[in-house]
Design a binder for this molecule. Structure first.
Ligand code: NAD
Length: 247
């Protein structure tokens, strides 16, 4: 129970990687606040299951692209629970389109959720963490943010931006005992990648030396490590969880 007594906020936690992160942090002893945008019922089912397994959690509505809402939720959580020790910026969307086809609205949405959302949530917890002189921030990027990908320019730009933003956060907040790191998943089997057809899936699989798609739990284990006491001297780093797809 390495996170016993900690309060962790995970965005986009009603399903997929965010759900697995919430479950893993709760199993490590944290009280987990699961942020959801629209899937309240799904988030509450995950909370109920965490509680049934002896953990502690709650679900709250947070649209990470809405700075005012993020501020209000963080104030409410700190008012009730006293602190946020761990922030996991997991919420993300993709809108795959070639550069010549992507619309300005698609571009903006991908940047608003994947990059501005990380900024909004980090800004909201920064002062309270600084006052506490303690905090762990883990941001989800992607193999695509490091390597690029045809048809994913907006997503790649946002996810590369997350890496630069996290390195700056790490430098800015280190003197207050706060670490900030990135977990960059490769191809993980979730709803986000479910739309890939069999050919694309088989093609990607040949690019993964470990020979399989990742599981959400593979990513969650890396996040829990970075949130835990064993990672106290690690900051500004990118931990790739990709089966060797990008090295
Ligand atoms: P997913 O689509 O299953 O889950 C994303 C979650 O984010 C959903 O619960 C969704 O409701 C939530 N979300 C979307 N917009 C939001 C908003 N504005 N505010 C709050 N929540 C919002 O995707 P996933 O595969 O679980 O991805 C989780 C994270 O991992 C994302 O940041 C994604 O970019 C990243 N990632 C995923 C993969 C992969 O292969 N699945 C690879 C690399 C990186």
């Amino acid at each position: 129970m390495t996170l016993a007594g900690d309060v962790a906020l995970v965005t986009g936690a009603s399903r997929g990687i965010g759900e697995a992160i919430a479950r893993d942090l709760a199993a490590a002893g944290a009280y987990v606040v699961l942020g959801y945008r629209t899937q309240q019922r799904q988030a509450e089912l995950v909370v109920a299951d965490i509680v049934a397994r002896g953990g502690a959690a709650e679900a709250v509505a947070i649209d990470v692209a809405d700075a005012a809402m993020v501020d209000a939720v963080v104030r409410d959580v700190i008012g009730r629970l006293g602190k946020v020790d761990v922030l996991v910026n997991n919420a993300g969307v993709s809108a795959d389109a070639l550069i010549v086809r992507i619309t300005e609205a698609q571009w903006q949405r991908v940047l608003d959720v994947n990059l501005k959302g990380v900024f909004n949530c980090t800004k909201a917890v920064a002062r309270p963490m600084m006052r506490a002189r303690r905090g762990r921030i883990v941001n989800l990027s992607s193999v695509v943010g490091a390597a690029g990908n045809s048809g994913q320019a907006a997503y790649a730009a946002a996810k590369a931006g997350v890496i630069g933003f996290t390195k700056s956060t790490a430098r800015e907040l280190a003197s207050r005992g706060i670490t900030a790191n990135v977990v960059a998943p490769g191809l993980i089997a979730t709803d986000m990648t479910a739309a890939l057809d069999a050919d694309a899936r088989a093609m990607y699989q040949t690019m993964i030396p470990l020979g399989r798609l990742g599981r959400a739990e593979d990513v969650a284990a890396a996040v829990t490590f970075l949130a835990g006491p064993g990672a106290g001297y690690i900051t500004g780093q990118v931990l790739h969880v990709n089966g060797g797809m990008y090295v």
